[in-house]
Design a protein around this ligand. Structure first.
Ligand code: AHR
Length: 327
């Protein structure tokens, strides 16, 4: 009984805080769906890549356009910072929390705290591995396993006539993150069907250009005969290109390169022939995120999983779309 009463009190307080935010937001924009009254706490992974910068811009611009008051924090690739940010959003009684989890594990406690405070949570970009899906309303983002498979399928086709072993090095994303785990798994599943494909080295480059360069330099020293680089994002691939050129080799020819993301710098390198194939991962999640947040707060049903639509690019396709690439 006592529990039911306190639940009602919390619900009442939450409703009051929604109303309070509405009156405090100054009525800018006046957009549809009651956007004026929504305050969203958003915990971003960091600023590790061109993709992340574009994603942050998309979320910030879309919040503005939708009349959503955004409280934004950058976790600098640290889970502890994200947990602190989420706790602070709970304390501030925001209407809804959205975040892109830096790693997959270790979220249950803080997500339970948000649930107990009756603040809905939306996962964007990256997933958590908790079996308790009641801890969040929906997960909006790419299918990273599929991205890894697309990278593998290009490779299988490219080397369909090869009979010699194909030596591959892999630059993984941040250890424990969903895109690193899934892109590795999808790729391995596809190339694993043929024994000629050998992953001779695989290490994290933390999704950054600097680390991509550093790790590729080490790969080149310990593996004289690399045929292919598979980098889990463009930035690591771009760093690796510097290392390959520094070692006197020609990227895209001596070593074929596959990356993921399709940000402008990556697409430029693809058009220039330094990268051979890019699997797209779209960072433009902001508009859909705001839409989902409004629906959740209105009590509307939302799908538990919203998968981003994306494509792949060859060198020729990159040349055609480069001038209109937004990010
Ligand atoms: O979670 C998406 C990944 O994170 C992007 O592919 C990568 O560039 C970013 O850092």
């Amino acid at each position: 009984m006592l529990k039911r009463i306190s639940a009602l009190v919390v619900a009442g307080l939450t409703a009051m805080s929604v109303a309070a935010c509405g009156s405090g937001s100054g009525g800018s924009g006046g957009t549809s769906g009651g956007g004026d009254s929504i305050t969203m706490g958003f915990s971003q992974v960091g600023a590790e890549s061109g993709w992340r910068t574009a994603n942050t811009k998309s979320v910030q611009d879309s919040a503005k356009n939708a009349g959503v008051t955004l409280k934004f924090s950058d976790a600098q690739q640290k889970q502890e910072n994200q947990i602190k940010a989420i706790r602070s959003y709970i304390q501030q009684k925001v209407d809804i929390i959205a975040f892109s989890p830096v790693v997959e594990s270790g979220w249950e406690t803080v997500l339970k705290e948000a649930k107990d405070a009756k603040i809905p949570v939306i996962l964007t970009d990256r997933a958590v591995d908790s079996p308790d899906t009641s801890l969040y309303k929906t997960f909006l983002g790419s299918d990273f396993v599929e991205e890894g498979k697309k990278a593998g399928q290009w490779l299988v086709e490219e080397y369909k006539d090869a009979t010699d072993p194909v030596n591959i090095v892999e630059l993984q994303g941040t250890t424990g993150s969903a895109p690193a785990n899934d892109r590795k798994a999808g790729f391995a599943e596809v190339i694993g069907a043929e024994s000629k494909f050998k992953v001779v080295a695989s290490q994290t480059g933390d999704f950054t250009r600097a680390k991509g360069k550093e790790v590729m330099e080490a790969f080149l020293k310990s593996n004289p005969d690399i045929d292919v680089l598979y980098a889990h994002n463009d930035d690591m691939g771009l760093g690796a290109i510097e290392a390959i050129e520094g070692a006197g080799k020609v990227p895209g020819k001596d070593i074929k390169i596959i990356t993921v993301d399709a940000v402008k710098d990556g697409m430029q390198a693809l058009a220039d022939g330094k990268i051979n194939f890019i699997v797209e991962c779209s960072p433009l999640l902001g508009p859909q995120l705001m839409d989902l947040a409004k629906k959740v707060l209105k009590g509307e049903q939302v799908p538990p999983r919203v998968v981003t639509e994306e494509t792949t690019f060859t060198q020729e396709q990159a040349k055609q779309v480069l001038s209109t690439r937004q990010y």
